[in-house]
Design a binder for this molecule. Sequence first.
Ligand SMILES: *Cc1c(COP(=O)(O)O)cnc(C)c1O
Length: 402
Amino acid sequence: MKRSTGQNRSITSKWRPATRAVRTGTWRSEQGETSEAIFLTSGYSYDDAAIAAGRFAGELEGMTYSRTQNPSVQMLEERIAMVEGAEACRAQASGMAAMTSTLLCQLSQGDHLVAARALFGPCRWVIDNLLPRFGIESTVIDSRDNAAWEAAIRPNTKVFFFETPANPTMDIADIEYICSLAKAHGITSVVDNAFCTAALQRPMEFGADVVAYSATKLMDGQGRVLAGAVCGSEEFITEKLLPFQRNTGPSLSPFNAWIVLKGMETLELRARQQSENALKVGQFMEGRVPRILHPGLASHPQHNLAKKQMEMGGTIFSVILDGGRKQAWALLDALELIDISNNIGDSRSLMCHPATTTHHSVGPEGREAMGVFEGMVRMNVGLEDPDDLIEDLDQALKKAGL
Ligand SMILES: *Cc1c(COP(=O)(O)O)cnc(C)c1O
């Protein structure tokens, strides 16, 4: 394997993000292939026994087993770290593997976590149901309320965890405030940045310690594979996350890594175009529905904060209808082009009813407190011509009585 210029940090750190997304993390074999090879191998052979021993002892460079290292996976890790502007990255089997590993690798019995109330459903399950089984307590708060973050801190608080914009309420958390508060108290801030990716929001520039991803979403962006990633300091990744991953196994398949590696090359293009489309479709919806939540629209209650920390409004908006579940389902069932599906970041436009899908497991009380109402639908805007999406929504809204 030849290290291409894409691996030399003294060169790549001068490159702009779009160049990094295409050129970093390319390792070339002696064939000089332009596109990265897929290394579908679980293990590695050694020229002699001493080399095997040296690698296991960490004294020699080289791979030992694909639970810990794989060339295709490491290419992806280099590329994501470079695009994020992070010291290091470890890929994970899925977004939830990334979130669970990030929390469990640093929390112990007796520790306390403060988390945003409005989180992706399974993240709330981990916090509400899994962590308590290991004696890890948590406080969930309204992430928009800066004073609530400070009030929730206890002497044993170790981690702040939030996503922004939140799914599906589109709550915006003030990254700079929350992360600097964490820093002042020796707390690690973890931001789930799946909604945006570095193409639209770079939490580390606002002080975040760890940025965790579902790479299933915008990074793949074409609905093909599950993947996850965690970015952080070299110390966090190698001393906390790596031992956890090596010994518990939430590792990414080399094939899936390759898919996401290719997705990264078009990430910025897709994220920007889909955000533009979402704004246009959102502007149309604004005149037709009682309430729409999209960070790019001036009607969003935290539009100014969104403008400060996001490059664009993102690919997603939520709509709240007065007619509850009945009207929300009527709208979904009348769609002809847009699919009923719960994925986000996809190049296809998708719509879902969060209360009965992504946030079903949170329960009715939790949903009410979070602001996930029965009349809410969430739309991911894709790469189709926005005028076709508007025409489809127009006819479906009419059928739903709007
Ligand atoms: C999808 C998602 C996850 C989980 O990712 P998977 O790849 O589906 O496991 C976590 N957080 C957010 C915000 C998500 O949208």
